[in-house]
Write a protein that binds this ligand. Structure first.
Ligand code: 4NP
Length: 154
């Protein structure tokens, strides 16, 4: 099973979600059987580490995401990954717009796919403050725990 988390810049929400997913999967019976990556719909921050506020927030929760590097979503990702899990509705529209024929169904909202909230979006914290990053962490951490449950049920 291969999961790709997608947001706009790949420096805030999706690397935080990638870190939370890796953390909870590693501590589960699924360890080693689920591959996780993240990407941005834009190339604005390609090659950069996560935003320092995202790194600090994840670190406060015991997760190290400093080694991640941003990259842009590419069409091959639709072949490689089973699911492309988007942070918000705009990301989902952008991802579906890039999908090769027949593969748009692999794209979903992360919060919806994990059963947290139908139609739910993770708000962009980029222009916000530490409380906004904490809010993102709570959402992606809940989503990661729920993803482990979903994948464990077959
Ligand atoms: P992300 O946040 O999509 O969660 O990585 C953003 C990062 C950068 C920008 C916007 C959102 N930006 O405008 O550069």
């Amino acid at each position: 099973m291969r999961l790709l988390v997608v947001c706009l810049g790949n420096i805030c929400r999706s690397p935080m979600a990638e870190g939370a997913l890796r953390h909870h999967l590693a501590a589960s019976p699924l360890a080693g059987s689920v591959e996780v990556d993240s990407a941005g719909t834009s190339d604005w921050h390609a090659g950069e580490p996560p935003d320092r506020r995202a790194i600090a927030c994840a670190r406060q929760h015991g997760v190290d995401i400093a080694g991640l590097r941003a990259r842009q979503l590419r069409r091959e990702d639709f072949e490689r990954f089973d699911w492309l899990l988007c942070a918000d509705g705009q990301n989902l529209r952008d991802v579906r717009g890039l999908a090769p024929p027949g593969l748009a169904g692999k794209a979903s909202l992360l919060l919806e796919w994990t059963g947290i909230e139908a139609g739910g979006s993770i708000p962009d914290p980029y222009t916000g403050g530490p409380a906004d990053f904490d809010h993102v962490w709570r959402l992606v951490d809940s989503a990661a725990r729920a993803a482990v449950r979903r994948l464990s049920c077959g």
